[in-house]
Design a protein around this ligand. Sequence first.
Ligand SMILES: Cc1cc2nc3c(=O)[nH]c(=O)nc-3n(C[C@H](O)[C@H](O)[C@H](O)COP(=O)(O)OP(=O)(O)OC[C@H]3O[C@@H](n4cnc5c(N)ncnc54)[C@H](O)[C@@H]3O)c2cc1C
Length: 308
Amino acid sequence: MDPEYDVVIVGGGAAGLSAALYSVRAMLKTVVLERIACGGQILLTGDIENYPGFPKGVQGPDLAQLYEEQARRFGAQIKLDEVESLDVAGPVKRVKGAEGEYTARAVIIATGGEHNKLGVPGEEEYAGRGVSYCATCDGNFFRDMDVVVVGGGDSALEEGLYLTRMVSSVTVVHRRDQLRASRILQQRALEDPKVRFQWNTVVKQIHGNGSVEGLSLEDVRTGETSQMKTGGIFIYIGFHPNTAFLKGLLAMDNGGHVVADLRMATSVPGVFACGDVRQFSDRQLGSAVGDGIVAALSAYRYLTGEHS
Ligand SMILES: Cc1cc2nc3c(=O)[nH]c(=O)nc-3n(C[C@H](O)[C@H](O)[C@H](O)COP(=O)(O)OP(=O)(O)OC[C@H]3O[C@@H](n4cnc5c(N)ncnc54)[C@H](O)[C@@H]3O)c2cc1C
């Protein structure tokens, strides 16, 4: 049976739409399956200041629209569908969505992921107005301010240390009295004069007036509550890639990220993974775009038997 498509791309974020652009321009019949709306995480992002080519910054939703327009211009089909399962063992791949079934000779997984939320009052209200999940993205908005980092793992300390370059102080709020982060990061953070620690503490509420102004905290041992003034809170309590539907099909790491090589090839021939969903992604827009391009070119080589 001839498959309907050369390439099915699962996920219409920055990685998926970049892959689509390169795939259709290589004359591959391509469909992007997106469950919500094209753009992915950048639909939640106001000013993006670190994406090359936009010296004055760019609004995430505007960029999402441009990515979609450019992919469609060269012939990418985009369908609203949530992929629920895959059958990728043979040369013809079957992709099953809630709305239909798609067959292709190659599949690109670009399903991204989501940051874990604290789930406290004020978090959603002040997202992008003092609440951030990415110091590399937003650190510069907090120059010379006193900020809070929530979490005790590698990401919390790495990003907290990054913030010390531009902010006045970083208070790490952690629910335990020990960090989970690697020893070397712990040592660096503990020795940094700009980093303070508030142990055994959880955030109960984020307050503000237009933007974040402070936090209500609770000591988990005593139940005592306190207030802390801050203009910014960076939340690092985990990131979950959207890979539940891939379990058992592709090699994944302990965090559920898809394992892929430098060519974005996964453990299954003809299946590629790109963007935030893949292991060791830097979770940046520019890297998601680059991954998408590599994945599409690798799919092209796989389909044509070309090697470089
Ligand atoms: C608030 C915020 C601010 C950020 N700011 C910056 C910044 O300033 N600079 C920067 O470089 N990076 C920033 N980032 C990170 C950047 O947005 C991401 O690295 C990038 O968008 C990841 O793109 P992606 O395509 O890999 O994944 P995503 O954007 O997560 O896209 C994945 C897409 O796949 C879809 N999908 C998931 N599962 C399925 C399924 N089963 N079937 C069909 N579709 C599915 C999703 O709906 C989504 O549209 C920010 C992220 C956030 C959340």
